[in-house]
Design a protein around this ligand. Structure first.
Ligand SMILES: [Fe+2]
Length: 138
C-alpha cells in the first residue's frame, strides 16, 4: 500500500529506549518512514539488545512469585498506519535471540520472528510484509 506510515521504535544495543533512559538522546532509534508507490519501505537500523522490564514494586513481586525472569527478547516495535485502514501495532523478534522462548511479556509468536541474513557486505537484512485491513464502517 502506497503512502502507509511505518513507525518504528526500538531499544539500543544496550537495551535502552530514548524517553526512558536519561543517557539516551531524545528520539534515538525512533522514526517514521512512508511506503513508496509500490507499498515498499526500507529501514536501516542497529540490532537492539534484550532488556529487563522494571522489576521493582508489585511487578517484581509478581515476577518472583510466579518464578519468572524479567527479560524481554530483543525486538522492534512497529506500528503501520494508512488512511481508511486499521493500524497494526506489533513487535518483531530475532531468530535465535536470547529469551525468545521465555519472554516475560509472552508476546512472541512464530510469525513475528525474523531471521536477518548477511547480504554479503556485513549488513544483515530481512524482509517483512504487513497487510492492513480496511477500516470497518463506523
Ligand atoms: Fe520494547
Amino acid at each position: 500500500m502506497a503512502r502507509a506510515e511505518v513507525d518504528l521504535w526500538q531499544a539500543d544495543a544496550d537495551g535502552y529506549y530514548s524517553g526512558f533512559a536519561p543517557h539516551v538522546p531524545d528520539g534515538n532509534l525512533r522514526g517514521v518512514v512512508v511506503t513508496n508507490a509500490e507499498g515498499r519501505f526500507e529501514i536501516d537500523t542497529i540490532q537492539p539488545a534484550p532488556y529487563q522490564i522494571p522489576h521493582d514494586g508489585p511487578t517484581g513481586q509478581l515476577i518472583e512469585a510466579a518464578g519468572w525472569h524479567p527479560w524481554r527478547p530483543a525486538h522492534l516495535h512497529i506500528q503501520v498506519r494508512a488512511d481508511g485502514h486499521r493500524p497494526i501495532t506489533t513487535q518483531l523478534y530475532f531468530a535465535g535471540g536470547e529469551w525468545l522462548d521465555s519472554d516475560v511479556a509472552e508476546a512472541v509468536k512464530p510469525e513475528l520472528v525474523i531471521d536477518p541474513q548477511d547480504d554479503g557486505t556485513g549488513t544483515r537484512r530481512s524482509t517483512y510484509d504487513f497487510e492492513l485491513e480496511p477500516q470497518p464502517e463506523a
